[in-house]
Design a protein around this ligand. Sequence first.
Ligand SMILES: Cc1cc2nc3c(=O)[nH]c(=O)nc-3n(C[C@H](O)[C@H](O)[C@H](O)COP(=O)(O)O)c2cc1C
Length: 314
Amino acid sequence: MAGITDLPFRRICKRFGVGLVVTEMVASRAVEQGRERTERMAVVADDERPASIQIAGSDPAYMQEAARWAANHGADFIDINMGCPVKKICKQVAGSAMLRDEPLVARVLEAVVAAVDIPVTLKIRTGWDERHKNVQHIARIAEDCGVAMLTVHGRTRAQMFHGHANWEDIGLAKQAVSIPVIGNGDVVDAASALEMLRVSGCDGVMVGRAVQGNPWVLAEVSAAICGKPAPRAPGPEERWSVIKEHMDALAEHHGIATASKLARKHVIWYSKGLHGSAEFRQHFQRLNDWQAQLRVAEAFFVHGGETEDRLRAA
Ligand SMILES: Cc1cc2nc3c(=O)[nH]c(=O)nc-3n(C[C@H](O)[C@H](O)[C@H](O)COP(=O)(O)O)c2cc1C
């Protein structure tokens, strides 16, 4: 997820039982510009493997170049984004706009599969809008072009992130092909993961927004899928140790100025649902100083969190 699944957060997610992590989307045209930020997005660490680098674009030649670049950066898989609904991306006929042009989908997939010798996977939505759903067609095109695995977000582009993901539509893709199909959209806990698997018949689940501020949900989902008992919820000490590690890693990976901006969003997500989180949010989002951010976060999560746990236990 753009702006979220950078290396620091992927490493945290990985330890909660995730099978495959994916980088933020890298625009294929950005690759040749060689900006520092683009390079940073493609840093893969050994302790997160297997890891996939996601690329987006509609020009087969640029996509081939981006795929080779990703493979050279140590990706275990190349994932192609044909699901992004953002206007800026769709205007360039990339992301989910690609779904309207099936011959172009095939050209891009064939080109990328031919360019690298690691597996190529594809992420799609179910179609452009309710009247133009083509999830089965795209799934078959992907399989025919040599795509190794398909992830389907059960919304159309027109839905953006509104309404509900349609898990039956994910099932249509699963029935159409024999490559693994991963379901995505609205998995927020163990129960919804199991229900998506049941309704769609798909082979695995991808969790997106529910991990924001709550990587522990991945352990819950993973245990449920493997038929293991639910892990216990983290106490304040454990929660803070993950948050602190996340903040330290953000600083190391991005430098303090960027880390400070990113921490604002992540730390506020971590506080969601805890006692006093509204006041904490107000205060924390105004802080610009990294040391102050660390101090205020520790005070809230270690002491505020503890108070909340005692309240819950009482
Ligand atoms: C802020 C944000 C950034 C995202 N960036 C990407 C991205 O770079 N690549 C991608 O395939 N999907 C991206 N997504 C979509 C998610 O991967 C996922 O398909 C969608 O949120 C539905 O799943 P969920 O209900 O589990 O969140 C993004 C979503 C959000 C909210």
